[in-house]
Ligand binder design. Structure first.
Ligand code: GLN
Length: 483
């Protein structure tokens, strides 16, 4: 049985009984057992429930009962999305034993379509990071070379899909956290338009810019998942109605006649030469497919890293103030402490990156510095949006490399926050402006490491974006993961 098939292929076979769901899930669990000690994608694996659910679905298929459209496909979920009855740790000591009382909307939608939640996957603590090294449970590793980082913060999602430990995954993307691991692990990852997917049950980091995003091995699979998780949710007032959209329909329509803007700031200075060459080859492919490509300058991008880390940290400092160890978590042995000492002892259990962000966030919001930093960052955000609005008057899509550099070694940048922050330069524009962006696996470098290409579209144009991504992905011939 081939665990490397696409989710769509799995569904079409499970439906007619040529794949036994139980056998597929059992094989997937064996695979997890085999590769986990090398890649460490999972925080929790739900062996028993997964197998029980698989048996139940096989039975329903045999007796021709109604089955949800996922037909038992094994899916992994980033561990900052709430799952009733299964731990949601956010890869933090603070929530080490936390079990949410309810499912995130995206999780309940997958369950109601008979997806099997095979486990919860690793991330940087509270989704703050770009490598998955800031997990309290230890780093995940890149399946293409385990000495290298898998990207982050949804590293466990990227690794589990790439290493054939599931068919698809949900991550979250605040500044690139779906697209970075998609790029570094050679899978597809979409950051939807802000408001397309419910955030109910997503543990907030920077709630004005983040979205839950699907990751899978094909563009069609990502479209399939988006059909399930997108749309209005009465628990999240920022969501919109999109009932009539089917993202899988006409996905192979192609991109002939479309205009694509090459963001000059994203393939210029500081970008790895192999990444630049790969991007140029992607542009040529798109031209061969009938698209017209022109350079587009977005100079506000140069300020995006500073603006992003100001805004995201400000929101983080507010969102994470709820972890006082009274309502959530863990007994840190603080009995008998007076109130202030209690809170401060409890909150000293955050890891270094989360602590840094909370301090930075409190600083940029404080009296006297608010105007100088936070407000200025919001102005940059507005500038980015305005420049994108102008760009989308001229072009249908924008293109860039997803990451400016190749995956790097575990530990290589961990002590230099600024270097890590700069790796987000190409992804955060989509978050600050709310537009959708997708990372497509495109090439493998001479050193055997994945290179992803990023396409952006205007807000709520996911359908068009997925068609373009599909066309580009079809031009690739990528090797199987060497694990
Ligand atoms: N690397 C970025 C950060 O650390 C993005 C994280 C994310 O998208 N969750 O904030």
């Amino acid at each position: 049985m081939n665990l490397g098939i696409s989710a769509t292929e799995f569904v079409s076979q499970a439906k007619v009984g040529t794949i036994s769901v139980e056998e597929f899930v059992a094989k997937t669990l064996d695979r997890i057992k085999l590769v986990e000690e090398k890649v460490h994608a999972f925080i929790t694996v739900d062996n028993q429930n997964a197998l029980a659910k698989a048996k139940e679905i096989d039975k329903k298929i045999k007796s021709k009962d109604k089955v949800g459209i996922c037909f038992g496909m094994p899916v992994s979920i980033k561990d900052n999305l709430c799952t009733a009855g299964m731990k949601t740790t956010c890869a933090s000591k603070m929530l080490e034993n936390f079990i949410a009382p309810y499912d995130a909307t995206v999780v309940s939608r997958l369950k109601s379509e008979d997806a099997i939640i095979i486990g919860k996957v690793n991330l940087d603590e509270f989704a703050m990071g770009s490598t998955t090294e800031f997990s309290y449970f230890g780093p995940s590793r890149n399946p293409w070379n385990v000495d290298y980082v898998p990207g982050g913060s949804s590293g466990g999602s990227g690794v589990s899909v790439s290493a054939l430990e599931c068919l698809a995954s949900l991550g979250s993307d605040t500044g690139g956290s779906v697209r970075s691991p998609a790029s570094f692990c050679s899978v597809v990852g979409l950051k939807p338009t802000y408001g397309l997917v419910s955030r109910y049950g997503l543990v907030s980091y920077a709630n004005s810019i983040e979205q839950v995003g699907p990751m899978a091995r094909t563009v069609e699979d990502v479209a399939f998942l988006l059909n399930i998780i997108s749309g209005y949710d009465s628990h999240d007032d920022t969501t919109i109605k999109n009932d009539s959209v089917d993202y899988t329909k006409d996905i192979s329509l192609g991109i002939s006649g479309k205009k694509i803007g090459i963001i000059t700031q994203m393939i210029g200075q500081g970008v790895d030469q192999e990444v630049v060459s790969a991007t140029n080859r992607a542009i040529s492919k798109l031209q061969e497919l009938g698209a017209e490509c022109i350079p587009i300058s977005l100079d506000a991008v140069e300020h995006s890293v500073a603006a992003y880390y100001t805004i995201a940290s400000a929101e983080a400092s507010s969102n994470l103030s709820r972890y006082d160890n009274l309502r959530y978590g863990f007994d840190f042995g603080t009995e008998g402490y007076e109130f202030k000492a209690f809170i401060s002892k409890a909150r000293s259990n955050f890891g270094p990156e989360v602590t840094r962000r909370m301090l930075l966030g409190a600083f940029v919001l404080s009296a006297g510095y608010y105007g100088k930093y936070y407000l200025k960052a919001q102005k940059v955000r507005a500038m980015i949006k305005a420049q994108l609005d102008e760009a989308f008057k001229k072009v249908d899509f924008l293109i860039s490399p997803t990451m400016p550099i190749l995956p790097f070694k575990v530990g290589e940048k961990i002590d230099d926050p600024l270097k890590l922050y700069l790796t987000d330069i190409n992804t955060i524009t989509a978050n600050l402006s709310g537009i959708p962006a997708i990372s497509i696996p495109f090439e493998i470098s001479s050193s055997g490491l994945p290179i992803g290409i990023q396409l952006f579209a205007n807000s709520f144009e996911e359908k068009k974006l997925l068609q373009a991504a599909y066309a580009l992905h079809k031009t690739t011939h990528l090797p199987e993961v060497p694990l």
